[in-house]
Structure formats: C-alpha cells, structure tokens
Design a binder for this molecule. Structure first.
Ligand code: ATP
Length: 243
C-alpha cells in the first residue's frame, strides 16, 4: 500500500451548538487502506464521519477528499459512499431500485446500468431479491444491499458507521470479509467506526483512536493486540475503563 493521503481533516474544530466545547480533529488517512475508528462513547467518531460526509460543516479547518478541498462541497457531491447501522434503504422501494439510486437519483437507468445493478446484487448473493422490499429481508441481507449500492457508485472512499454492529458474530465476520474484498478490489480508502476490537483487528490495517480532545493514537491496528507498552488510552478502553 502507498502512503498517499486520500482523506484528511486538517485542524478541524466543530461544535454542534455555539455554547458547547468544540471537538478537534486532525488526521490523515492512507489511500486504499482500511482504517478502524475507535474511542469511548461520545468521543466524536460519528461526528468525524459526518464532517467527512458533509452532513456537518466545520467551524474551522478543512476537509480533504481524494486530493481536493471538500470543506464547502455539498454532501451529495462528495466522492464517497456511506453505510450506517440501519436505515440505509428506502422502505417503499424495491431492492433493485434501492441499489439503482446509487447510480441515478431519478432512477433513469440505461441497460448497462441495470446490468451493473444485477451484477452487484449477484456479488452480494442477492440475485433473486431484486423485486422484494427491504422489510422482506433480514438485517444482514439489508446491509448486503447497502454494500451492493456502494459497488455501483464507484466512489474512491467508503465510510462505515457501526454498519454491522447489530449483526451476530458469524454474519458480522462475513460482512467484514465482503467489505475487505470490495475495498481491496477497488482500492477504496475505508474508514470504519467500530466498538469491536475483534472487527478492527480482522479487517483494518490502521487504527485511529479518539480521546476527549481528539486523536490520541494513529498507527497500526495491531496496537489493539499488544501485551506490552500498549497506548494508554487504548489499554484503558480495552479493560473497560472509559476515558
Ligand atoms: N446532533 C447532535 N446535536 C448535539 N450534540 C450531538 C449531536 N450528535 C452528537 N452530539 C454530541 O457530540 C458528542 C460526540 O458524539 P458522537 O456521536 O460523534 O460520538 P461517538 O464517539 O460516535 O459515540 P458512540 O460511540 O456512543 O456512538 C457527544 O457528546 C454527543 O452527545
């Protein structure tokens, strides 16, 4: 993997309300690498992804994506796909259309694009599910549909916000492997918020660990498995002492 930077929050300050203390983020993410984002509850993991996705705008600092300053760019125009824990799909639309929305919001799809959707559904094992509604799928299947949509979008960056947290361990592992394959095949820079050290160790090369004042560790994910000289914040988190 290269050390080329694909995603960066440069000296970013953000507060949801004027009266609240600002959160600070300064981090760079390597292109084509899967990075786990961890930290205590409330440390700002989801906020970091929201700033990258453009759902929130920093009061100070810059957001860089795929080599360009995206700080003022609208969320829909940013070069990324995002998958949440749930509610990734429109309940009243078929699975086929839900994937199609990743290509065209108006669902005006060419024959070639329809073929792409079928291929994506096939590669997540849902080739016969296109006509169903999201409610007719299991939770794991719905997340597969969300990944099929990521595939047809062909964006260079993928953000996962606890995307598989509600799934059982076996299924979670399967989904992580699917993400790993997808990210490697397309050299996607992937940022994955997770509370699970096992998931982070399974799939990510890098780890960003957030403390109350921003990033307190950024390095190999193997830090999570260290038995000696482990980063203090990481160690406290792992032994359940919320910092
Ligand atoms: N929409 C919002 N309005 C006001 N404050 C918010 C909002 N969303 C989050 N916060 C606050 O911002 C801080 C960071 O929240 P965030 O959801 O980013 O943390 P997190 O690390 O993802 O937490 P968790 O692991 O519990 O999901 C918290 O103090 C939270 O209460």
């Amino acid at each position: 993997m290269t050390d080329k930077i694909s995603v960066a929050l440069r000296d970013v300050s953000f507060a949801y309300d004027a009266g609240m203390p600002a959160m600070h983020f300064d981090a760079q993410f390597r292109q084509g690498v899967i990075t786990a984002i961890m930290g205590a509850s409330g440390s700002g993991k989801s906020t970091m992804l929201s700033l990258l996705a453009g759902f929130e705008i920093p009061q100070k600092g810059e957001i860089w994506l795929a080599g360009e300053d995206n700080t003022q760019r609208a969320a829909g125009d940013r070069p990324l796909s995002m998958v949440f824990q749930e509610n990734n799909l429109f309940a009243h639309m078929s699975i086929f259309k839900n994937v199609g929305l990743g290509i065209s919001p108006s669902l005006k799809l060419s024959a070639d694009e329809k073929e792409q959707i079928n291929i994506a559904l096939q590669s997540v094992g849902l080739e016969n599910y296109g006509e169903r509604l999201p409610a007719q799928l299991s939770g794991g299947e719905r997340q597969r549909v969300a990944l099929a949509r990521v595939m047809v979008r062909h964006k260079p960056i993928l953000l996962l916000d606890e995307a598989f947290a509600s799934l059982g361990p076996g299924l979670r592992r399967e989904m992580l492997d699917l993400v790993g394959t997808l990210a490697n095949k397309n050299a996607m820079t992937t940022l994955m918020v997770t509370h699970s050290p096992e998931d982070a160790l399974h799939i990510s090369e890098d780890l960003v660990f957030l403390g109350p004042k921003g990033v307190v560790y950024h390095g190999p994910s193997s830090e999570l498995a260290k038995t000696q000289n482990q980063n203090e914040a990481v160690r406290d988190y792992l032994i359940g002492r919320r910092t």
